[in-house]
Ligand binder design. Sequence first.
Ligand code: F6R
Length: 249
Amino acid sequence: MRVVAVQDYRALSVAGADAIAEVIGAKPSAAVAVATGNTPLGAYDELAGRHRRGELPTARLRVFQLDDYVGVRPDDPRSLYGWMKRAFVDPLGVPPERVVRLAGDAADPEAACAAYAQAVRGAGGLDLAILGLGLNGHLGFNEPPCDASAPTRVVTLTEESVASSAGYWGSREVVPTRGVTAGMDLLLAARRILLLVSGASKREILRRALLEPPTGALPASHLQRAADVVVLADRAALSEELSGGTLES
Ligand code: F6R
């Protein structure tokens, strides 16, 4: 695992874009799982600029939605699919037929999860998982407690995640209580994982995730056992122990 410290959110966005562009440059048909949330938005903007300038070919990219709410249609303002489309898929010019949804609005969400997992496996696994860190240590909607082998599935959102989502949508009342998420099994098997972390509110959970023994109580701690993890964090998100750089794991 490599921990890369950058000064601030702007630097995080540029470095995040560099890390994503590196994978796409090496493999234009890369299979990439794309987080929503606020943290990666600056990196996606930066990538969109590069795409507009003709510096980032995306016609062959394969995009996999990371998570969504159960019962929320793609045209609903709360849809994470819609968010991913607006923030990543459209500005980067990814052809719609190369985007795999994780359909929380399906009549049978468990079957949609199984179809999604099959699609990831059919693509030969993920080349890159772009992830953010939840205040409760979740990755995607892999809520605690959660094993490293947890499959793509329907989950009940924790109080903390409902509260974070309320920050996106205005109030807790409009936040669904269940979600669908790419499994920890698929994410941890990604050939590269990029975890983007910004701000002092994430400092303590990031420290525990990277430095304390891996535990299901803190899903992001499973990253310690993944093959190729780059943690990009700004100074505000880094405790003193983590500011030094590479962590042996
Ligand atoms: C969103 C997602 C979540 C977020 C996490 C951090 O698709 O999977 O796990 O990455 O909750 O959210 P922000 O970046 O808004 O702090």
